[in-house]
Design a protein. Structure first.
Length: 300
């Protein structure tokens, strides 16, 4: 009998305190909050929790502030994320305030402890099969690439930190195996917002695989063929962190568990449908994905 050990996956990026508020009707300059919640967040943290919940062996490389570290470690333990490479620093934890007003959403962020990530030693990353970098500064990405072994595949979700014109990050793009990207990021990096042209440009800079998170669904290209999975028709409550869930689920299914590409995309989109029916970050379980597939009447 052959046992598949699975990939060792390191996720590098931010740990945030997410403060999520849904504003009601304004009277003058004041509005009563219809919903309020404080959660652990950060793109890398979301990827790691999503991966670990589904069963991938996952380590998070990030820095937490002393003021929030106990809550961070407790939360990550509940998802089985390995905390071995989480540093605790004498800075306030990174914080993001998300305010939803009708169909509009505003985000205010404080980098805090996340700013100290550039001081870390990333030599341990060469012991992993996949290194996923999420919303890190250019300086951090370059340090990671310096330490990266050829056998280790580098995945990237640019977020705010790496949404720079391709000409300014071409050394990073040429080192990336798989990129997870959405419209605004693509427009900043490639100058094109439409998936097919943006993907073509990313391939020209050396990116091997691209998963484009579009408004109408998911586009995936391996450089030879492009696949499309339409969006699931559900009532959206909140899209916060849906891109992180898409990336995490897809890595688990396609790269770690070797699902066929069409099935991996289908299940990833169903997972996204589960997430958008919850406020803030939410990592779907396999049972929730299966239940949503039944509701959608999608054959999986």
């Amino acid at each position: 009998m052959i046992f598949m050990l699975g990939l060792k996956i390191a996720v590098v990026g931010n740990i945030n305190r997410d403060i999520i508020v849904k504003a009601g009707r304004y009277v003058g300059k004041r509005a009563k909050a219809e919903y309020f919640e404080e959660k652990i967040g950060g793109s890398a943290t979301n990827y790691a929790r999503c991966l670990a919940k589904l069963g991938s062996k996952t380590w998070l490389f990030a820095n937490a502030g002393k003021d929030f570290s106990q809550m961070v470690f407790s939360d990550l333990a509940s998802y089985s994320v390995n905390p071995e490479h989480i540093g605790v620093v004498n800075e306030k934890n990174g914080t993001v305030i998300v305010v939803t007003e009708g169909r509009e959403k505003r985000m205010i962020f404080w980098r805090g402890a996340n700013e100290t990530l550039k001081n870390r030693d990333f030599s341990h990353l060469q012991h992993f099969d996949v290194v996923q970098i999420c919303d890190v500064e250019k300086e951090v990405a370059e340090k990671i690439i310096e330490k990266n072994k050829k056998e280790t595949r580098l995945f990237m979700d640019p977020g705010y930190g790496l949404s720079l014109p391709a000409s300014k990050i071409k050394n990073i793009l040429s080192s990336v195996h798989t990129m997870f990207i959405e419209g605004k990021e693509a427009e900043t990096i490639t100058g094109r917002r439409d998936p097919k042209n943006a993907i073509r440009i990313l391939h020209s800079f050396g990116v091997e695989h691209v998963l484009f998170k579009a408004e109408n669904g998911l586009f995936f290209s391996n450089g030879k063929k492009m696949y499309f999975q339409p969006i699931a028709p559900v009532n959206v409550v909140d899209t916060t962190a849906v891109g992180d869930v898409i990336g995490g689920v897809f890595i688990h299914l396609f790269y770690d568990k070797k699902y066929e590409i069409k099935k991996a995309l289908l299940l990833t989109e169903i997972a996204a449908a589960v997430k958008v029916m919850h406020y803030g970050f939410y990592a779907p379980s396999f049972s929730e994905i299966a239940e949503m597939a039944k509701k959608l009447k999608w054959k999986v």
